[in-house]
Structure formats: structure tokens, C-alpha cells
Ligand binder design. Sequence first.
Ligand SMILES: NC(=O)c1ccc[n+]([C@@H]2O[C@H](COP(=O)([O-])OP(=O)(O)OC[C@H]3O[C@@H](n4cnc5c(N)ncnc54)[C@H](OP(=O)(O)O)[C@@H]3O)[C@@H](O)[C@H]2O)c1
Length: 315
Amino acid sequence: MKPIPQDMHAWLLHGYGGPEAMRFQEMAVPQPGPGDLLLRVEVASVNPVDWKIRQGILQGVLALALPRVLGRDCVGIVARAGTDCRGFEPGDRLLAVADPMRDGTHAEYAVVPCAQSARVPPGLAAADAACLGIAGLSAYIPLVEIAALDKGRRVLIHAGAGGVGSIAIQIAKHLGAEVWTTCGGANMDFCAALGADRVIDYTSERFEQALRDCDVVFDTVGGEVHRRSFGVLRPGGLLVHLSAAPIDPVPPRGDVRVVRADIRASNARLAALLDWAAAGVIRAQPGEVFALAQAQQAYRLSASGHARGKLLLSA
Ligand SMILES: NC(=O)c1ccc[n+]([C@@H]2O[C@H](COP(=O)([O-])OP(=O)(O)OC[C@H]3O[C@@H](n4cnc5c(N)ncnc54)[C@H](OP(=O)(O)O)[C@@H]3O)[C@@H](O)[C@H]2O)c1
């Protein structure tokens, strides 16, 4: 085990804004409280929520005290366990999601709740496991728990080439669904290789003209895509979405169910995703990997809306 240093580097958000609002600086390594683990971060993922927090877009829903370390999840080695963390030992490699109201994971060390951590199975690479935190949960909860997808159901997954979509396609296929997905032309082969039965290039084809009678639409895009998605659902179908703003408060159809997925980490959910990855049921899709010190570049790519697979930071 490496000795724990006193200080570390971390990306701190001092005020809301562009790349200049985040600073890579030294700070004290945090101490885990009861129910917490201190992880030496190996790989952290970059999610759209990171740049949305930095820009101040989420101030209405996440009232954060600044300065605050950015980043929502990571794979890391337990450096120290707080009290009440039975089952976790120093040296364990974990996938963990940080408490959204506390310091995050874009740092050399991070404190995470043990209730939001799960052991990475031997043989699963840290970078692969790191694709399954926020992005994995954001595919798992809508499709497995809310839609309860099963054999023969027709599902449309928007943005199949993204961090969430690339896992969602594979989960839906594993559950036996007929999977349609949308992406740009350059990502069609990528989505087909993940198992999608039909891939729609949203830049050249309107999805509502290509398919109908969907049991489920999983909307990760929102806005106009959200509105148009109602047109492809069968009566009684389900539109499950992550962050579809701006959306109309009253859905245009009364004969379908609309659910906003609440993405919360738990041991069981993370363990289920990791087990599927270890068994080869889902293949993690690491995209570009940046050094921790280059996080601003990763945030820029995420904000472009056209990252493929999961953006990662390697500590
Ligand atoms: N509420 C929550 O807790 C929660 C959790 C996770 C994610 N989210 C939200 O869900 C969204 C997706 O997350 P993510 O991590 O998957 O993002 P991401 O990895 O950044 O997604 C990028 C992908 O979106 C695709 N895309 C962009 N516009 C599209 C369109 N009009 N139609 C189809 N595909 C399109 C791009 O494909 P092309 O390059 O081929 O265009 C790209 O591959 C984000 O807005 C994120 O904030 C919310």
C-alpha cells in the first residue's frame, strides 16, 4: 500500500463559469468520516453533469457550497476506511459514486460513501469499470428498474453512441428487447457493433418516420427529441428520460407514461453492472482518456455533445 500523502491535486470549482472557473490546485487529502472510504483515484469518468455543474446550469437543483472538488464517480483503491464500512478493506479496488453535495472525484484522492461503492471484480480493467458509474446507473435504472424491459419489447434508445447510450443498447439487448437507436452518421457502425438491431442517423432521417409502436423510448437528449418521441410510442408505452429540459409540463399524449429517472447509486446497482461487465454481458466503452491535469479538455469534449463512449480521466 502506498503511504497516504498530506496533500493532493484536485480540480476545484471556485465559482460558476467556463474552463477558467475550475482550477487544478493542491489541497489537503480529505479524511473519511463514518460510513466513508478514502480512495486513491485511479480512473474517474467525465459526465455531462460535470460541465453543467461548472457552468452553474444545475444551481436550481444542486445548491453546492463552493469551493468544491468536481467529479461524480471513480475507480480507486481504498486507502483508509472510516467506521461503519463493514466489508471494505484498504487495498480493495472499488467503483464508487461520490455524494453529490460533497467533494467529488476529479482529484488524486476522494472520499466516497461506502453505501455507493462496489468491489471491482478481478480481471475487469479499472478503465472499463470506470465507465459504469453514473453512466452505467443512468442506463440500468431506466431500462432494468423503471421500464423492466423484457423479451420482444421494442425500445428506442436516443444517443446510442454516448456514455449512457452505449451501455443502454447492450443492457436492452441482454434483456431480449428489439433495440433501435439514434446517432450521427459517423457512429452508426459503432452502435450496430454494440448490438442495436436498427441504427438511425438522426442527421439524415427523422426517427418518427422510421419506426412506430415502441414499448419504450429512453430519451437522453431532451428538448425537440423529447417532444417528437411521443409520436413513436404505442398506446400504454413508456417514455423514460434523464434530463429532457426544456419539456412541456403537460405531455402531448395522455395514453403513455412519462417518467423522469432518478439516478441514485447503491452497492447493489453498481455490483450488478460490474458483474455483467465481468461476465461479458456488457462491454464497457472507454472513449478518450485524458490525464487528470487535462480535465478541462475532457470537459470541453463532453460539452460538445459528441463524445463517443465514456470520457475518462486517468490519475
Ligand atoms: N439526470 C441524470 O441523473 C443524468 C444522468 C446521466 C446523464 N444525464 C444526461 O443524459 C444526457 C446523455 O448523457 P451521456 O453521458 O450519454 O452524454 P454523452 O456521452 O456526452 O453523449 C454524447 C452522445 O450524444 C449523441 N447525440 C448528440 N445529439 C444527439 C441527437 N440529437 N440524437 C442522437 N444522439 C445525439 C452524440 O452522438 P453523435 O456524435 O453521433 O451526434 C454523442 O455520441 C446528458 O444530457 C446528461 O446530462 C442525466
